[in-house]
Design a protein. Structure first.
Length: 559
């Protein structure tokens, strides 16, 4: 009986604890639904004396937070935002959450985790949120935290306090972050524009399976060359859907954009110019605020030192050291401000602004300008194009879908194979065939080089290349051509004339016989002299010169 009472009391205690937890949970939810539940606020937001959430009264903190969102909106990537802050030498604030210096504001270089936390935090829109995550225990006793979608949040009160961005801007930032994350996922969806030369990186759809196509780069003599590849089937050990070289596609898309963008080129360029100017001014204002803060802290340290009793050397020495440290910080801040200001002026001079305005009237020149980076071309492309669907058949079909819903179709020929790209022009081969009638292969190489011709691989001609081309295209050799024309070898003409081969050489040297070279080692074939051939006579050496005069009307041709 006593055991039953103890068990009953234990059961009632558990029930009471459950009721207490439920009441506490209910009170917490009621307070959250009213927007009165206090949480640790992100940097840039603080509680005032009445407990309301307001913007940090520190102007430098506000400017830094706003600049973070503006930079992300401009760059489209969290990592690019961090790089932009680093390149401009800007620091970002944070408040210490624990320790003896809890609540103190410190400045440090911006890192990726802080950018991501700021972009994912809806408090910057002025909204009060509660219940964005849910935790539960796994079978092994560990606690896991799950992020919930927006429609499952327990409390969402918009415009509960002042903010830095609108709710629509917050949602757009989340969408862009999601796209960036999907760029590393299984489907390789659209990611922010990066440094590679592939113009349509992240915008290409496979016309076979409908998935996003990825980019592969190949190193060639002219640099990195992209290819668009649909590799989803590789995971199932199946052949890939499509693999299409991207250089011709990018060129076609560039020409299409030049055709579309030209009417509004002036407005686009002027907007870019204004954005550059505003960006430089914002960074300069933020660095100037940092100098003012360092000057204030130095003045505060000075006043503390001057108000201390000089006899209290322990305190006076510490305050003097702090004053000296603040002065050094002020000098460093001023020097950095001046250096960055000079850099900004050099990067955006009046002459450069004039050139930007001049380029506005000629958008093709702006697009092809070597100073326009691949990343900027991609950003301009994304402003106009939603996606491009590729389908390779008898030719390459490009279905371009613009932001406004308009579509265009382009048909491109299939790219040539590597060996065709290195193939010598047919006109050059025909010229070699014609020159073989009168010249040796070495002489043909010299003639082609003098006339500015090059082989299919871009090299100058030489004897070996001419020989390979002749064999590859089945051209007759000069020897075969001369033999078909009836020319004889040295032994053959010596036999027919009834003289020795040495006599043939002597007669050729003195112009009595005509010969033609058929290679670059001075090998020759001989023309038969006709119905009145020369004959060997006594005292021939004395009369060779006189006998050669009879052949002067027919010049000897040695080619």
């Amino acid at each position: 009986m006593a055991l039953c009472v103890l068990v009953l009391k234990g059961t009632m205690s558990e029930a009471e604890l459950h009721v207490l937890r439920a009441r506490l949970r209910g009170g917490l939810l009621n307070k959250a639904r009213r927007g009165e539940l206090e949480f640790a606020l992100p940097v840039g937001l603080i509680h005032d004396a009445a407990g309301k959430v307001i913007l940090d009264p520190d102007a430098e903190v506000q400017q830094s937070v706003r600049l973070l969102f503006q930079t992300f909106r401009r760059q489209g990537s969290a990592l690019a935002t961090v790089k932009s802050f680093r390149e401009q030498g800007l620091l970002f604030p944070r408040r210490l959450r624990a320790g003896a210096r809890r609540g103190e504001l410190v400045w440090a270089p911006l890192d990726l985790s802080r950018v991501l936390r700021a972009l994912h935090n809806p408090r910057y829109t002025g909204a009060f949120v509660f219940g964005r995550t849910r935790s539960h225990k796994t079978v092994d006793g560990r606690i896991t935290i799950e992020s919930l979608p927006e429609d499952e949040w327990l409390v969402l009160l918009r415009d509960a306090n002042p903010g830095y961005i609108t709710w629509e801007e917050y949602q757009e930032n989340i969408r862009r972050l999601r796209e960036s994350a999907q760029g590393y996922g299984g489907d390789r969806r659209r990611s922010p524009p990066r440094e590679g030369p592939a113009l349509l990186q992240g915008l290409v759809m496979c016309g076979v399976c409908g998935r996003r196509m990825t980019v592969r780069y190949h190193s060639q003599s002219k640099g990195l060359v992209p290819s668009y590849v649909c590799q989803q089937e590789v995971k199932e050990a199946e052949p890939i859907c499509q693999s299409i070289p991207g250089s011709g596609i990018d060129q076609a898309i560039g020409e299409l954009l030049l055709e579309v963008v030209t009417p509004v080129a002036l407005e686009v360029a002027l907007a870019v110019q204004e954005e550059l100017r505003a960006r430089a001014q914002e960074a300069d204002r933020l660095r100037r605020t940092r100098v003012e803060r360092a000057r204030y802290e130095a003045g505060l340290a000075e006043r503390r030192y001057l108000h201390v009793d000089p006899a209290n050397r322990l305190v006076a020495d510490a305050l003097e050291a702090d004053w000296n440290a603040k002065l050094r910080d002020l000098v460093e801040a001023q020097q950095e401000y001046e250096q960055q200001r000079e850099t900004d002026q050099l990067s955006l001079t009046e002459d450069q602004r004039t050139r930007v305005a001049a380029l506005a009237t000629d958008f093709p020149q702006l697009w092809r300008d070597a100073r326009t980076s691949d990343r900027e071309r991609k950003r301009m492309t994304r402003l106009l194009i939603e996606d491009v669907t590729l389908n390779k058949g008898a030719d390459i079909l490009l279905q371009v879908r613009f932001k406004g819903g308009a579509t265009r179709e382009l048909h491109l020929p299939l790219p040539l194979n590597a060996w065709r790209l290195r193939q010598t022009d047919e006109a050059v081969v025909a010229k070699i065939d014609a020159l073989l009638e009168r010249h040796t292969e070495g002489e043909i190489a010299v003639i082609l080089n003098e006339q500015g011709y090059r082989s299919g691989s871009g090299k100058v001609f030489h004897l070996e290349i001419i020989s390979k081309l002749r064999r590859a295209y089945g051209l007759k050799t000069r020897y075969e051509r001369l033999r078909e024309a009836g020319l004889l070898t040295k032994k053959e003409i010596a036999s027919r004339l009834g003289v020795s081969v040495s006599t043939v050489d002597i007669w050729r040297t003195h112009g009595i016989l005509r010969a033609r070279r058929y290679d670059d080692r001075n090998a020759r074939l001989y023309e038969y002299p006709g119905p009145n051939p020369p004959v060997k006579a006594q005292g021939q050496k004395l009369r060779l010169r006189d006998r050669a005069k009879s052949f002067s009307a027919e010049s000897t041709e040695e080619v």
